[in-house]
Design a binder for this molecule. Structure first.
Ligand SMILES: [Fe+2]
Length: 366
């Protein structure tokens, strides 16, 4: 029997209409910093719902870009300090949620962002309300925030126990307004969290329980994802699966797929979920050689017969990207050397070597 530690302090409020039902309970203080991207918070109706019921004052920061930068989170942190905000409401996909978490830290700790990666900040971050409008990131239930660091030419996650949101409000209706390609990209990100957690050296019986439930739920949406037409029931399954993925990686971290995917996003511009999807078939093939029964379980829960069938599913979901990735041997070597610096690779079952990563990435060219 293996000992384990399980920590997930976020209150999850799940269901249709939960934001309006929350009413004044939505407020965690006197004045909110509301953080959004440029469109999905408005298009989804989530921002309107928040503004309809939120008591007290607020100020909106709506300039979070995809793959948020250090400058963006600094600007948000500054705004929160100047305006005297005492809590944060984050609405959107992974980018606004992650940016909002760092702004919540900077609002009370006037530090250079890069220092947050190496030292624990002194004052506890402002409390955060997270309202996801995509079913992918799981950030609403994790202690992670991923930023793009130009100095290091990569995306990099920072962590802290106070980055777990205080409350997550999850309403599958908010994901209905997403374009199909964003629905697919983010869904594959959620799947990669669930699978990488289950195939992690750090997996525990508790994280496995969560990850397996999530993989099975995700599997129910495969026919709809293939057809490119999702009902609210499918979106409900994907949103819950994505939160379960967040809870699972909050315990285990992600694995080599994310480590390689970050370069495919930073240098080649692939959306995060697609970047992960590119590497997943070869990752499963590799992991099958070190933990065949775990990979079998994943495939079985997804209703797929083989790793090859998994690859066909990815090809089908991402057919618009076919032939869009050019990877020279030099590029592969560069991406692998960056990935080898991360803990994500050490967390992967089999603790793969640089040679094994090179094979995985070479086999992933689409
Ligand atoms: Fe991810």
């Amino acid at each position: 029997m293996n000992a384990f530690n399980y920590f997930m302090p976020t209150r999850m409020v799940y269901g249709q209409g939960v934001v309006r039902e929350a009413g004044k309970d939505l407020a965690l203080g006197r004045k909110a910093l509301i953080v959004t991207g440029k469109s999905s918070a408005r298009l989804s109706g989530a921002l309107d719902d928040v503004l309809a019921v939120l008591p007290g004052e607020y100020v909106i920061f709506d300039q979070v870009e995809n793959n948020p930068s250090v400058e963006t989170v600094e600007a948000g942190g500054r705004l929160a300090r100047e305006e005297g905000c005492d809590y944060v409401i984050a609405i959107g996909g992974g980018s606004p949620l992650d940016a909002a978490k760092v702004m919540a830290v900077l609002a009370v700790n006037d530090l250079p962002v890069l220092e947050l990666y190496t030292t624990q900040w002194e004052k506890r971050a402002l409390p955060i309300v997270a309202i996801p409008t995509t079913a992918g990131t799981g950030s609403e239930v994790t202690q992670y925030a991923v930023l793009t660091l130009e100095e290091e030419e990569t995306k990099k996650g920072l962590r802290g126990p106070d980055l777990f949101p205080h409350t997550a409000y999850l309403d599958p209706k908010y994901t209905e307004s997403l374009p199909l390609h964003v629905t697919v990209d983010t869904a594959v990100d959620a799947l990669s969290h669930l699978v990488e957690s289950y195939l992690s050296n750090r997996a525990t019986r508790a994280s496995d329980f969560v990850a397996l439930q999530g993989i099975a739920l995700w599997g129910t949406a495969i026919p709809a994802l293939r057809q490119g037409s999702l009902t609210l029931e499918n979106r409900d399954a994907l949103l819950l699966a994505s939160s379960l993925g967040g809870i699972a990686i909050a315990q285990t971290g992600t694995a080599l797929v994310h480590a390689l995917g970050y370069s495919l996003t930073y240098y080649d511009g692939f959306p995060h979920g697609r970047a992960n999807g590119i590497c997943m078939k070869a990752y499963l093939e590799y992991t099958k050689s070190v933990a065949p029964e775990r990979v079998e379980t994943v495939l079985e829960l997804l209703g797929l017969e083989s790793v090859a069938a998994f690859g066909e599913l990815m090809d089908e979901l991402f057919k618009d990207y076919a032939g869009k990735l050019q990877l020279s041997p030099e590029k592969i070597e560069h991406y692998v050397s960056k990935a080898m610096l991360t803990n994500n690779v050490k967390n992967s079952l089999g603790s793969p070597s640089a040679e094994e990563l090179t094979k995985i990435l070479s086999d992933s060219i689409i």
